[in-house]
Design a protein around this ligand. Structure first.
Ligand code: MCN
Length: 783
């Protein structure tokens, strides 16, 4: 091949390349679990508990079994010897083992818990046949309130003598330092905050298809998951099958937001039926089921004491929190409490810190991670505190924050706390103050703001601005793997253990690999989500894929390039130092001789002599990117709202996010991630909530009760970015997937508090701030 000297192409990384996955998805050519129907498929339906807490006296399935079309029923007795409990991977050593089994083992502890399951020839028959499974319950008192659960008068697991499953401790400075800081403080502020319960509500609910290959006897589980490789491991453990006999496929996944990085009962039950019936078994969660059967999120209570010196320096925080973990520890049960306790201080120095985070079992759906995990709660608490302190001291809230913020010169900064599964919190890079200043300027928090606010108030218009600064854990380990392979035609295939479900990895991973090999984006194919295609992987959660999975893919491509150069130096009989890589080819410096990837791949296939340095002959490389630490992204959110004090309606007039996720691969994808997260944070602050009746009945069972924001509720979200590359991977990327959701509740609640300041409101809850609740804040005579 002859190389033209104009070879240099602009880098893909850093460019807003259009998402390669979208033409297919937008034209309805996605292939989700619901679209998959192998020949002979039969359908599973689940008998779910109508009680929040009850003893199961008996299960009589005879009527269901006699129903034409019903093929089998499973109860706990049928599976007790075959299926172990659902593992929880983030338990602390002292955590009580409150694990859930695929079907209730004699006691139900939340409305929606699977009690029995059946399979019929079609989905309608299966649903109808549920009535034929008669379950006799002996109701038990339920506990839904966090304080009551902690008091322990009603126990979910009497054998443990407490509802507190675990207490996570974070100690920075020790008890004596805490006592000294509070004794020396000029001001001490004590507040209690509540954060309500959400449902992640992805567009696609969950679903599974399980099938046994009649020839190989291998089990294939097609499931709407964020981590197929971990599901393979869990299933192997729970059913006692070797991993080599299990294939897990995550096809197109229509969102997960954390709810799909859980291992669920149905992922065990469908394989059990498939093994018995020797037919493919399918289950698609309906929206009503999703509201109780997929993980819930967020619900916490925090009590914080904050020590402040006369000049506004925050010297210590002493915090306690309680997370309503629901009826069992699910796959990721303690992570929200762990993150919120480790990250409560956000970007602020606060040299002395003590936290005790209690995970409490309650008669509700198990609670797990949801976009941001424990961060949004921590940000709400700390950022409300900053505003409360500023107001009390008569200080400018931005200036008070800046005074307490960690500066770039103080980084890296070991915070002295730790996050379960992720490790020590050591902030890496960033300029938190610069980002705050920029966001404050963009939203209009200028010296004129107070005057404008007064003017508008005089006209009966209550405007408020709120800011919330955050630092968030992203890019956690332990590792992600990638294979980069060049075929005979010189085209490149990337196999990644990351498992996208809306994030656009096909695009961004192609950008990374195409840049490394200096080839066209279209020459890169990215494959994921099939454990038979991608040998190992961890999955997509904790905003880890760009920084861990992307780094693995790019590093594997770099190795392929090295191998290609070595091969070229042999074939061309040229010193490696005289070769360079350009335009997808090994090029002899200063000459027109070169070998393209296709030529090298062809030669590699024919090559049968060993290469020096022990290199193997193929143009393929596997790389595991091992995370040496956590990369911390950061941002400031700023919201401007107008509150109608006669209707209680909140109108979000403007929303700004200035964020920093290190080196950006694709700015428009990152912006989309920020927008999506903000919409979820806004939804949770203004509308979304799963209330429970005192008897444990969930009161939001569909999307008429659980109000998701619509396009008319969402303002134009303006973003700007800073880039402080992390040294924790060779390419500088940090995570971007969650920050939008993390900052929004804090910014919006602060904006609401600012708007309603003339009424003396003191907000210590994340709402949701529905019109009736807003109105209740305003004394009637003043409205
Ligand atoms: N990206 C980038 N440059 C960076 C960082 C990220 O271009 N410096 C790109 C990535 O390549 C990827 C996207 O931004 O295309 C998000 O990357 P990352 O922050 O690494 O997050 P993950 O890909 O690991 O995704 C997980 C994260 C989480 S934890 C939740 S929850 C979440 C989210 O992503 N759920 C989502 N975004 C979602 N988006 C959609 N559409 N649906 C979900 O369920």
């Amino acid at each position: 091949m002859t190389v033209t000297p104009t070879g240099a192409r602009p880098a893909y990384v850093g460019g807003s390349v259009k998402r390669r996955e979208d033409p297919r998805l937008l034209r309805g050519r996605g292939r989700y679990v619901a679209d998959i129907r192998p020949a002979g498929t039969v359908h599973m339906a689940i008998v779910r508990s109508p009680h929040a807490h009850a003893r199961i006296v008996g299960v009589d399935a005879s009527r269901a079994l006699a129903t034409p079309g019903v093929l089998a029923v499973l109860t706990w007795d049928d599976i007790a010897d075959q299926a172990g409990p659902i593992p929880c991977i983030d338990l602390y050593p002292d955590s009580l083992p409150t694990l859930q089994t695929a079907l209730a083992d004699g006691v139900v502890r939340y409305v929606g818990q699977p009690v029995a399951a059946l399979v019929a020839t079609d989905e309608y028959l299966a649903e109808d046949a549920l009535d034929g499974v008669e379950v006799t319950y002996e109701p038990l008192p339920a506990v839904v309130d966090l304080d009551e659960a902690v008091a322990g008068h009603t126990l979910l697991y009497p054998e443990h003598g407490t509802n507190v499953v675990t207490t996570i401790a974070q100690d920075v400075g020790g008890d004596a330092a805490v006592d000294a800081a509070f004794a020396a403080a000029d001001h001490v502020y004590t507040e209690t905050f509540t954060v309500h319960r959400y449902v992640p509500a992805p567009m696609e609910t969950r679903g599974v298809v399980a099938e046994i290959d009649p020839v190989t006897e291998r089990l294939t589980l097609i499931t709407s998951t964020q981590f197929p490789h971990l599901v393979r491991g869990f299933l192997s453990g729970v059913l006692g099958l070797p991993e080599s006999r299990i294939r897990v496929i995550a096809p197109d996944v229509g969102g997960g937001f954390g709810a799909k990085c859980e291992f669920y009962c149905e992922e065990i039950l469908a394989p059990l039926f498939a093994m018995r019936l020797r037919r493919p078994v399918k289950w698609i969660e309906d929206r009503r089921e999703h509201m109780v059967a997929s993980s819930h999120a967020r619900e916490q209570k925090h009590t914080v004491r904050v020590a402040v010196s006369a000049d506004g320096t925050v010297t210590a925080v002493d915090a306690r929190s309680w997370t309503s973990n629901g009826a069992a520890c699910c796959t990721l049960a303690t992570t929200p409490a762990s993150i919120s306790s480790a990250m409560l201080r956000g970007p602020y120095r606060i040299p002395v810190y003590r936290a005790r985070a209690h995970c409490v079992t309650t008669n509700k759906t198990p609670l797990a991670v949801y976009r941001g995990a424990g961060h949004p709660q921590a940000v709400l608490v700390m950022e409300r505190m900053m505003d409360i302190i500023a107001a009390d001291l008569g200080r400018d809230r931005v200036e008070l924050r800046l005074q307490n913020m960690i500066t770039p010169a103080e980084l890296p900064n070991d915070r002295g706390t730790a996050i379960v599964l992720a490790g020590q919190v050591v902030y890496d890079t960033g300029d938190y103050g610069a980002v705050l200043r920029r966001a404050a300027g963009m939203i209009g928090l200028t010296p004129d703001w107070a005057a404008e606010q007064q003017r508008e108030r005089a006209r009966g218009r209550y405007l408020g601005i709120g800011v919330a600064s955050l630092v968030e854990e992203t890019a956690i380990g332990p590792y992600e793997s990638a294979v980069v392979r060049v075929d005979g035609a010189g085209k490149v295939t990337v196999l990644t253990g990351s498992s996208p479900h809306g994030q656009g990895h096909v695009t961004t991973f192609s950008q990374l690999v195409a840049d490394e090999l200096d080839i066209d984006l279209e020459d890169v194919t990215v494959l994921h989500g099939d454990t038979d295609v991608v040998a190992e992987g961890v999955g997509t959660f904790a905003s880890r894929s760009a920084a861990i999975g992307g780094a693995a893919a790019r590093s594997a491509a770099a190795t392929v390039k090295e191998k290609a150069l070595t091969l070229a130096s042999h074939l061309l009989e040229i010193d490696p130092a005289d070769l360079e890589w350009r335009d997808g080819a090994a090029v002899v410096r200063g000459a027109s001789r070169s070998m393209s990837l296709a030529e090298l791949a062809g030669a590699a296939t024919a090559w049968n002599a060993p290469l020096p340095g022990g290199l193997d002959w193929n143009l393929e490389a596997t790389h595991r990117h091992q995370a040496p630490g956590i990369a911390f992204s950061h941002a400031t959110h700023a919201a401007k709202v107008a509150v109608d004090v006669t209707t209680g309606e909140i109108d979000v007039l403007d929303y700004v996010v200035v964020h920093d996720c290190g080196t950006v691969i694709n700015p428009s994808i990152v912006e989309g991630q920020v927008h999506g997260g903000v919409v979820q944070g806004l939804g949770g602050t203004l509308f979304e909530e799963v209330p429970y009746a005192a008897d444990g009945t969930p009161l939001a069972r569909n999307l008429a009760d659980y109000l998701l924001p619509t396009v008319s509720d969402v303002p134009v979200i303006r973003t700007d970015s800073a880039e402080s590359p992390t040294p924790l991977n060779p390419y500088g990327m940090k995570g971007a997937g969650e920050g939008g959701a993390t900052g929004a509740p804090g910014a919006l609640v602060n904006a609401l508090a600012d708007a309603l300041a003339p009424f003396g409101v003191h907000l210590t809850s994340d709402g949701p701030w529905t019109p009736d609740r807003v109105l209740a804040l305003i004394p009637e005579e003043q409205a």
